[in-house]
Design a protein around this ligand. Structure first.
Ligand SMILES: [Fe+2]
Ligand SMILES: [Fe+2]
Length: 326
């Protein structure tokens, strides 16, 4: 006999109806990444810089989708091992599937626009070289994120990790709606409209988990959620704002080429919002949940970069980032 957590005997308990309901919506809102107008992304329709620039942004997005597959997959397993209520396990598994679907959109776009980008790409121009080195640097940092995320399960109570998943979903819902609205190509507007639907479901379900878990949390634990929101901001910053240096170690000219590539991608039909719009929108998106969170006794963190007022949370260079994925 051992005390090692086990997925058996399991349970079919439904304790939080909103989590079951959210899981049920997954079936009716199902969609296929295969059936989108992919012909629009014929590399003949774009010059090589445009194809590269769109593939660049999709590869950046794929970093966060991949961490979503890993983190929600691991969370689904932990929910089973620690015998959480049945719909929580199934909801987390469904989110994992969604993240695969989002990563698949990134893979398909890259393979059509800039074949072999980024994993097996051989750059020939300076811009190609810089695009690739930016993506490689981001993925290299991603390894540090993942290592800390895996270690977090040994350091923190399960509930605390699950409780902070909602924050990234606020950001995810926001960015994808923006990209869907601004894209001039149907393949992108359709894909991102569907992804936004997925993210809205993720937000409802993860907030449902938080609401339930928050009822038994003490003040110290609630402050940890505030801290994890700040970590979430830092982790998602390369996509939703601009990379925050306390965590992200990137080449000196990262931002210069990042901005250039994002402009080219936006001008050629991929609806990436400008840096100013991203900061404004992210602030608004978080503010919408302020009263809900404060009613649970959870304070927002102070985030000067986007003008968010809240509790001062210090994150120092080199600190581990324990953050939820998109
Ligand atoms: Fe996603
Ligand atoms: Fe998500």
């Amino acid at each position: 006999m051992s005390d090692t957590p086990n997925i058996f005997p399991g349970n079919w308990d439904v304790i939080t109806p909103i989590i079951l309901k959210t899981y049920e919506h997954w079936f009716s809102q199902n969609w296929s990444p295969v059936e989108l107008p992919w012909d629009e992304l014929d590399s003949k329709n774009f010059d090589s810089k445009e194809g590269l620039a769109q593939a660049y942004w999709m590869s950046k997005l794929a970093l966060f989708e991949k961490s979503g597959i890993g983190a929600f997959g691991l969370a689904a397993l932990q929910a089973g091992r620690y015998n959480m209520e049945d719909p929580a396990k199934k909801f987390l598994a469904a989110v994992t599937y969604d993240e695969c679907r989002h990563d698949e959109i990134c893979r398909r776009a890259c393979s059509r626009l800039c074949p072999a980008f980024p994993y097996r790409f051989k750059p020939k121009t300076r811009l190609e070289e810089k695009a690739l080195s930016n993506i490689n640097a981001l993925y290299e940092n991603g390894k540090r994120y993942w290592k800390a995320f895996e270690q977090a399960w040994e350091k923190y109570p399960l509930e605390l990790i699950f409780s902070s998943f909602f924050f990234a979903e606020i950001g995810a819902q926001l960015i994808f709606r923006e990209v869907a609205d601004r894209s001039k190509l149907r393949v992108y507007s359709n894909a991102f409209t569907n992804i936004t639907k997925d993210e809205s479901r993720h937000l409802t379900g993860t907030l449902g988990m938080l609401e339930r878990l928050a009822t038994t949390m003490n003040d110290q634990q609630k402050l940890t959620i505030t801290r994890q929101m700040k970590h979430g901001f830092i982790y998602l910053s390369p996509l939703l704002f601009r990379p925050v240096g306390t965590f992200w170690r990137l080449p000196k000219d990262f931002l210069q080429y990042d901005e250039e590539l994002e402009h080219i991608a936006a001008d050629s039909g991929l609806g990436i919002p400008s840096l100013q719009d991203r900061a404004k929108d992210w602030l608004q998106a978080i503010e919408r949940y302020r009263s809900k969170l404060e009613n649970m006794g959870i304070a927002l963190p102070q985030i000067e970069d986007i003008g968010l007022q809240g509790v001062q949370v210090d994150v120092k260079k080199g600190d581990d980032i324990i953050a939820a994925p998109l």
